[in-house]
Design a protein around this ligand. Structure first.
Ligand SMILES: [Zn+2]
Ligand SMILES: [Zn+2]
Length: 245
C-alpha cells in the first residue's frame, strides 16, 4: 500500500500547496481520501483521475471537499470523450447542510453513498471501516486495510479516548495536528494539538506516525518538537511524498 500526500494544509494552503488530499494505492486500487482545495491538480501528478476507484470525503469543510467541483467536471468530460464510462464512487457524510444539498447534484458524475450507512466497505483490494470523530460537524475517519498492513486516517478531530482502541497497532497513522500548545484552547473540541496527536499515537502503540493538516503560519519545526515529546519518531508529511505501508 502506498500513501501519496497531495496536500497537507488547513484551512488554506501555503504557496503552491494544497489542502487535505491523500491518495492510497494498492496493486490495482486507487482510493482518494479527501479532496480539498488544490488537490485535483496535485492528483494528476500522481495518477490519472480516470483510474480512481473511490473518493471518501471525511466531512464537509471546504478544505476537505472543495476540489470535488474540479473532479466532477473532469469526470463529465471523460464520459463525453469516452475515456471513462463509469461514475466514480463517492462516500460523503450524510448530514443535511447547505453543502450536502449542493453535492446531491453531483450524482451526474458520482455514485453517492453516505458513510453513516456503512460499518465496512470493500474498495477494490482494500477493506475500509469508518469511525466518527469529534469535530465541529459530522466527520468520519478511516481505517484502510490492505494485504501489506493498516493505514489509519484521523480526519479532523479533537481528543477522544476511544482512539487508543480504534487506532491500536496501526502500521501507519496519518494524524491531524492542527494546533500548537499555545493554541490549545482555540483547538479544543475541534482539533488536536501536535502534542495530543503524539500522546494518542503513543497510547495506541501505532508503528509509524505521520502528522498532517498544518496551519500555514506555523513554524513546523516547533510543531514536530511538541509531538516528539510523546512519540519520538514522529514525522511531518511532505506534499508529493510517498509513504509505504
Ligand atoms: Zn480540516
Ligand atoms: Zn474540519
Amino acid at each position: 500500500m502506498k500513501l501519496t500526500v497531495l496536500g497537507c494544509w488547513a484551512p488554506y494552503a501555503r504557496a503552491n500547496g494544497a489542502c487535505s488530499g491523500y491518495l492510497v494505492q494498492g496493486e490495482e486500487t486507487n482510493l482518494l481520501l479527501d479532496c480539498g482545495n488544490g488537490v485535483f491538480g496535485k492528483l494528476q501528478e500522481a495518477v490519472d483521475f480516470r483510474k480512481l476507484d473511490a473518493v471518501i470525503i471525511s466531512h464537509l469543510h471546504p478544505d476537505h471537499f472543495a476540489d470535488l467541483f474540479s473532479l466532477r467536471h473532469a469526470l463529465k468530460g471523460s464520459f463525453w470523450d469516452g475515456s471513462r464510462d463509469a461514475k466514480l464512487d463517492l462516500y460523503l457524510p450524510g448530514e443535511e447542510t447547505e453543502y450536502s444539498f449542493l453535492l446531491q447534484k453531483f450524482s451526474d458524475a458520482f455514485n453517492i453513498y453516505y458513510t453513516e450507512q456503512f460499518t465496512n466497505v470493500e474498495i477494490g483490494e482494500f477493506k475500509v471501516s469508518f469511525f466518527s470523530t469529534v469535530h465541529l460537524l459530522p466527520c468520519w475517519g478511516s481505517v484502510v486495510r490492505g494485504s501489506t498492513g493498516t493505514l489509519v486516517y484521523s480526519a479532523d478531530t479533537a481528543w477522544d479516548d476511544r482512539y487508543r482502541q480504534i487506532w491500536q497497532g496501526a502500521d501507519l497513522l496519518l494524524c491531524e495536528a492542527s494546533g500548537l500548545e499555545k493554541d490549545r484552547e482555540y483547538a479544543r473540541g475541534a482539533h488536536l494539538t501536535a502534542g495530543q496527536a503524539g500522546q494518542l499515537a503513543a497510547a495506541a502503540a501505532v508503528k509509524r506516525l505521520l502528522l498532517t493538516h498544518f496551519y500555514p503560519e506555523y513554524d513546523l519545526a516547533v510543531l514536530k518538537q511538541e509531538a516528539a515529546r510523546y512519540y519520538q519518531e514522529v514525522e511531518l508529511v511532505h506534499e508529493g511524498a510517498g509513504y509505504f505501508v
